[in-house]
Design a protein around this ligand. Structure first.
Ligand code: DLZ
Length: 163
């Protein structure tokens, strides 16, 4: 999968959305980039006072995202970096985090910004981290996707999309 087909999103007014960012702590440099990209996207979309919660690793993202989603937030942004090692651990943590986050979104009807990088090596992760010299900014991208989805869900719930 590549980022080549990613839609460009013009920031729009989200000042009335409550948003939380849940961010893992492994691979600090990459995480710093992802978090900065997410906060930049929130600022550009005029989200006020986003809550930022740190967790140890990506495996812990779903349980904390679930607790946050129960508190009435309009969107949760999940950020993490998992780098493949020599054991099956990569698959276990990646699958648990991905499936868990998807379950949270569907169980609560709250969009989760999927800012979880699953990479073969650190170079790939740095390329997607929105740092100087990176090719992509997955923190920004995941956040703007979640905001757009939250706005769409709000319209559907107000029946604005349904006629
Ligand atoms: C244990 C582990 C390993 C090996 N690698 C990563 C990683 O690349 N990225 C990440 O976010 N977390 C990693 N972890 C930690 C697990 O996500 C989790 O925090 C621990 O297994 C404790 O539950």
């Amino acid at each position: 999968m590549s980022g080549d087909g990613s839609p460009l999103d013009k920031p729009f007014d989200c000042h009335d959305l409550r948003v939380a960012v849940v961010a893992a702590s492994w691979h600090q440099t990459v995480m710093d980039g992802l978090l900065a990209g997410a906060l930049d996207a929130l600022a550009q979309h005029q989200v006020e006072s986003p809550v930022v919660i740190r967790v140890p690793g990506s495996f812990e993202l779903p349980v904390v995202a679930d607790a946050v989603a129960r508190q009435g937030f309009d969107a949760v942004i999940a950020l993490g970096v998992i780098i493949r090692g020599g054991t099956p651990h990569f698959e276990f943590v990646s699958t648990a985090a991905t499936d868990g986050l998807n379950r949270v979104a569907l169980d609560h009807g709250v969009p989760i910004g999927f800012g979880l990088l699953t990479c073969d090596n650190e170079e790939q992760a740095l390329d997607r981290a929105g740092l100087e010299g990176s090719k992509e900014d997955k923190g920004y991208e995941a956040t703007s996707a979640a905001l757009l989805t939250a706005a769409t869900l709000r319209k559907i719930r107000r029946r604005e999309h349904l006629g």
